[in-house]
Design a protein around this ligand. Sequence first.
Ligand SMILES: [Zn+2]
Length: 342
Amino acid sequence: MQAARIHHHGPPDALVLENLPDPRIQADQILLRVRACSLNHLDLFVRAGIPGMKIPLPHILGSDISGEVVQVGELCQRVQPGWRVLLSPGLSCRQCAHCLSGNDNFCRRYTMFGYAIDGGNAELLAAPEYSAIRIPDDMTFESAAATPLVFLTAWHMLMTRARLQPGEDVLVLSASSGVGSAAIQIAKLFQCRVIATAGGERKLSLARELGADHVIDHYQEDIAAQVRHFTAKRGVDVVVEHVGAATWPHSLASLAAAGRLVTCGATTGFEAPLDLRFLFSKQWSVLGSFMGTMGELHQVLQFVFRRQLKPVVDRVFPLAEIAAAHRYLENKEQFGKVVVTP
Ligand SMILES: [Zn+2]
């Protein structure tokens, strides 16, 4: 099979297309013919190297995967050859107390495709049977691959961590990101008022098309001042953060009393100040969020499969151009998901 691998961490050119032996499945695994795999910022981090995190090399990236099942192991009972599926990006031991109580994203052995194990930037992939989720016949592989990681992440952030209530005011940072485009739609599903940020006129109007009630150009305007303007000085109930150092002070300043800031990433830097006077006097909650459970994935996928939530595919690259796809995401040119097809 063909696969894109890294043999060392580095810039996009570290990704090389190679011919490899086909993967062999274990008894509890399925063999997937990968049809599409979307990029996440995680791909950029893993490619460049994460301090303190050892990735086995050579390594195949790619966490968000869809395809056709071509073979099932002898212990598999549910999945059938020929099924069109997407894969749950999160993998866990399925045996510890966290896993058995449904919180598989707390498992000590939790990982994702393309992180501690090989991912979907290949023509074939061996995956555990439990990770395969059947997709509707009319759903494209590109849309399916653009769905799991960002919709799961945004769902866990809003519904589980921030306990979003219908009708609340929500600020979503960076509508053009995968998580941002998912968070806007989930908040609108619950009749919330959504304020979204984006850079430039084109992305602002795309954010409106996704359902944002108000938009803020984060390169031109003061986010917190605009939020106060749109909310009659009150601020928002929930802020969806994943940008980090560059936006953190503006995110906090946008919170109403008893507001919740929930963050799942920090693409612009990890160090961010917090003035404790505001934390306690305004009774804010600052919440961390990481992926989500498989139960939540099934929950949010119901809405995607019913077309009440729509994955946003910006652009599709062939696997041979994966380095260009990485550069495209790195340069923030996209609105929504960048997909690679083998
Ligand atoms: Zn576990």
